[in-house]
Ligand binder design. Structure first.
Ligand code: ATP
Ligand code: MG
Length: 735
């Protein structure tokens, strides 16, 4: 028997060995929360207090779930697959597949990722003849998801004005459309499972009796519905023998409030369950002193905190390296040069991470890495399963599994083109509405030309279905790629990315092969067809097949995606006002505090060495922007940093905001296009300043460029959006 407690400190060991009661572990970054949670699972099993089947472990990402499985496999002589460990979405998918009939779903229901959901909404608006300027699809998507995350169905929304009433009607139509098409979006996975368990008492009791220990990592980022879901499974406060809830979290790392996460869940949990054990861990084992001090100093600027400090006995370590580049290209070159020299000194690439606030920043970094021949792997961003050609291929597979999936139907009915005109499709949409049936089922009601054209497509799908029925999954995929015409289509494409697209199509076969290999374990071989499982996996685990995971590669990801991870060396790029903190957050304190927590997460990923960098000018979304140094950089005490470039006077101290116009003498290098640098002629306005515009109302200046009569400022007008205005034309009053 391995001594699980040997490598834990006293408080950690106390947390791991708590009696079978509810517990809350509230602790800062790198203090061992995840390690404690994993070790507790192992300890419960090792001491016979729980069986692997009795454990429900909730992680935030698929990557974290995999890691947890691997660590448990190393600690215990049991098959960790017997334990239910996964993300909320993954666990809900598993429950809904097993009990699809009780949940009112066909066995082969499909999952809509957020891109699919958006196109489903757009399609709905067309059918309903709704003006998408008045009701922008993205806003509707946000509205619908927000309702679902509050556990509110269309019938239960309180609507006090016409606008909201109309939105609610669309929400109801959307629910009906999804049900008709047998598709389930991400928020629905949770809500549907919640409703299933709350209505179906025998089922609920079954799982309540089964899962005696429910352990949740990153608890600070659960939303209201997720918390209700946990409560329901645990047996709530009212139950006689509720399961033990073991929740770990850090309020300072709550970074999903914009998506409805409620940090208040931690306090609610403590209160509602009268949690007898609240443990704080204060020793950080991850980062050297300077890095930790910087993190502590940054987060100290937030007001909404439960309050805790972290310390380390690892010594102060290296100073934080700061680099202020002239352009984004220079910044990327610097980063890649540093990486190459680190690698020459023996560091593995996979111990190095490049973090950025917005995915759009990865492009320039990727370009440099690629040119220098440094292998890298991007997490998030355009993921493998989100690529156009992959989604086309999956749409064929989805139609085979579920012909009522209208999103899939609309995607490929005329792709590759088979001469189906917009008119025929409109006729089909109309008929589908009249018959209240799916597009696929409606084809038989059509007549004339539309029927001939679309009928051939239906026949194609039918023949694909029968041809693949008895094939192993990878061969079935291969067959579909050929017979759908997708391969031939991309082969004939002259564009340079045609080849890459073909490779991606082949990559789906590899993904299917891996999937089959990984899913032969007895417990996970549930009694439903592999194809549906594979499609669910594609929707849930996007990103995991994008590069060869075994290769030693530099890790690129957004700060959000880096949560819970750690690396020897971390570069945080793009530390500019408007980027990080993001311009959309500057209007409200809450938004700014969330950005600061995000910065805290970024900094605390580093073990030994931290670089922070910025660029004075950056090309983003086709525009050159000149931004000020991020306030977060200013919040790091000078004693902890080492500037690799001369420190320019462009900084923006939050308490004493500086004005535009770097004095040329203090700028590290003169911009080649100095004429376009923000000049002095902006009438005393500065970035971060609140202004008022006659038409758009109140706003805040987030960026500036050009000079003289070309001088322009970018202003965030909140609900009115972000605008670039010419200074010589716009009438702006300081507010
Ligand atoms: P985050 O808030 O970022 O999720 P965390 O609190 O979950 O961090 P862990 O990832 O569990 O922290 O631990 C951080 C690092 O410290 C890991 O490398 C872990 O193995 C190590 N660690 C934790 N506790 C100890 C200990 N008692 N002795 C040595 N190393 C430890
Ligand atoms: Mg963790």
């Amino acid at each position: 028997m391995t001594d699980l407690l040997a490598t834990l400190n006293e408080e950690q060991a106390r947390a791991v060995t708590l009696p079978a009661q509810h517990a809350l572990i509230l602790a800062g970054a790198g203090s061992g929360k995840t390690r404690v949670l994993t070790t507790r699972i192992a300890w419960l099993i090792q001491t016979g207090q729980a069986t692997p089947q009795g454990i429900l472990g909730v992680t935030f990402t698929n990557k974290a779930a995999k890691e947890m499985h691997a660590r448990l496999a190393a600690m215990l002589p049991v098959n960790p697959k017997a334990m239910w460990i996964g993300t909320f979405h993954g666990l809900c998918n598993r429950l809904l597949r097993a009990h699809h009939r009780d949940a009112g779903l066909p066995q082969l229901f499909q999952i809509l990722d957020s891109g699919d959901q958006l196109s489903a909404i757009k399609r709905l608006l067309k059918t309903l003849n709704v003006d998408d300027e008045k009701f922008p699809p993205r806003e509707l998507q946000h509205f619908i998801n927000a309702q679902k995350e509050q556990g509110v169905r269309a019938g239960a929304v309180d609507a006090f004005d016409d606008f909201t009433r109309r939105r609610v009607e669309i929400y109801a139509e959307y629910e009906a459309q999804c049900q008709r098409e047998a598709v389930v979006d991400f928020a629905e996975l949770l809500l549907r499972t919640y409703e299933l368990l709350s209505r179906n008492e025998p089922l609920r009791q079954h799982y309540q009796r089964r899962f005696r220990h429910i352990l949740t990592d990153e608890f600070q980022d659960t939303n209201k519905l997720q918390y209700q879901w946990l409560k329901l499974l645990a047996g709530g406060e009212s139950s006689e023998s509720p399961a033990c809830l073991f929740c770990v979290g850090d309020d300072d790392q709550s970074i999903y409030r914009f998506r409805g996460a409620e940090v208040g869940n931690m306090l609610a949990f403590e209160r509602e369950f009268k949690v007898p054990n609240v443990i704080r861990l204060e020793q950080n084992y991850r980062s050297c002193g300077n890095i930790l001090d910087a993190a502590n100093a940054i987060i100290a600027n937030n007001t909404q905190r439960l309050g805790k400090e972290l310390w380390t006995d690892r010594g102060e370590g290296e100073p934080i390296r700061v680099y202020e580049a002239f352009t984004d290209g220079d910044e990327a070159r610097f980063v890649v040069d540093e990486i190459q020299s680190l690698v020459r000194d023996g560091m593995s690439r996979s111990d190095i991470a490049l973090l950025y606030r917005a995915n759009a920043l990865s492009r320039v970094l990727e370009h440099q890495l690629f040119s220098a021949g440094v292998s890298y792997r991007v997490y998030g961003g355009l993921r493998f399963f989100e690529r156009q050609e992959v989604k086309h291929a999956l749409a064929y597979l989805r139609l085979i599994a579920n012909p009522d999936d209208d999103t899939a139907f609309a995607r490929v009915v005329n792709f590759p083109t088979r001469g189906i005109g917009a008119r025929s499709l409109e006729a089909l949409q109309d008929a589908a509405r009249t018959y209240n049936s799916s597009l696929y089922a409606t084809v038989s009601h059509l007549s004339g030309k539309p029927r001939a054209a679309i009928g051939a497509f239906v026949q194609l799908i039918e023949s694909l279905r029968s041809a693949t029925a008895n094939l192993p999954l990878p061969e079935a995929v291969d067959h579909v790629l050929d017979q759908s015409g997708l391969r031939a289509h991309y082969e004939s494409q002259k564009e340079k990315d045609g080849r890459e697209r073909l490779e991606n199509l082949d990559e789906i076969i590899s993904a299917a092969t891996n999937f089959v290999a990984e899913n032969e374990a007895p417990e996970s071989a549930v009694e439903h067809p592999l194809l549906a499982d594979f499609l669910a996996h594609a929707s849930l685990e996007a990103g995991d097949h994008q590069a060869d995971a075994s290769e030693d590669a530099v890790q690129l990801m957004s700060v959000h995606a880096a949560k819970g991870l750690e690396f020897d060396v971390v570069f945080v790029c793009g530390l500019e006002e408007g980027l990080f903190p993001h311009e959309n957050s500057l209007m409200e304190t809450d938004g700014l505090e969330e950005e600061r927590r995000l910065m805290y997460v970024a900094v605390t990923r580093a073990r030994q060495r931290l670089y922070v960098s910025l660029a004075q000018s950056r090309m983003l979304h086709g525009q050159t922007r000149y931004n000020m140094r991020s306030r977060f950089l200013e919040e790091i005490p000078d004693t902890l940093t080492k500037w690799l470039t001369p420190k320019s006077g462009r900084g923006q101290a939050p308490a004493r905001p500086s004005h535009f116009s770097p004095s040329p003498a203090s700028a590290p290098r003169r911009p080649a296009s100095a004429a376009h640098a923000p000049g002095r002629d902006l009438g005393g306005l500065r970035i971060g300043q609140n202004v008022r515009h006659a038409r758009f109302g109140a706003g805040i200046i987030v960026a500036a460029e050009g000079s003289g009569s070309d001088a322009r400022v970018q202003i965030n007008f909140g609900a009115q959006g972000m605008k670039w205005l010419l200074m010589s034309v716009a009438k702006l009053d300081p507010a």
